[in-house]
Design a protein around this ligand. Sequence first.
Ligand code: TMP
Length: 224
Amino acid sequence: MTAAPGRGRFITFEGGEGAGKSTQIRLLADYLNACGLKVTATREPGGTPRAERLREILLSGKIAPLGPLAEATLFAAARIDHVDQLIAPTLAQGGWVLSDRFADSTRAYQGARGGVAQRDIDLLERAATGATTPDLTLILDLPPETGLARAAARRGVHEDVDRFEAEEIDFHHALRQAFLDIAARDPARCCVIDATLPPQTVAQTIRSVIDARLLNAAGQVAAQ
Ligand code: TMP
């Protein structure tokens, strides 16, 4: 929470599969728009035409045989374009950015679960994000069984399961723990949200967090 006056705010949403991130981003964008703020909703991997092309490759599983470090590097490549072309310029113009996943996903999926060394993850993160770090990260937490069932229902019968959703249940349990560990290490930035509750209840909790940490925090928005 060291945002300079005039700069927008950068909020990231993290969590396992089917946690309801996109619904919550939509609801928060509506709320912030109603507060008179300029909001851009985006996602990772993706968010720009080039990064969306990398998303297709990453989620197809074509890179998986090269191993988690190669995947982490490609996620970072997509992030470089996303930060340079969309996130940093939007924040500089005073806009608020809501991103469905960001660097913590690389930390959890490729680092904690994939076994990529911490120093390599740190290096890739610094190179890709520079000074563009989140002001607030909301970690939507729920048991993986619930999340995967939701993701399957959303996908329906016609779409294939993606590279990461297809992992074993143990992977998803460890992933949940990895996100909780990230939150425990950085409580000033992160907030864990119970995502098992109904969407409107989750949205209300998120609005309270935003009010307390960003909107009503001394001088934060008044300074814009
Ligand atoms: P999603 O848009 O459904 O969350 O799909 C993105 C998938 O990519 C999800 O399974 C998490 C995975 N992912 C990583 O493994 N590393 C990353 O750095 C990011 C951004 C996503």
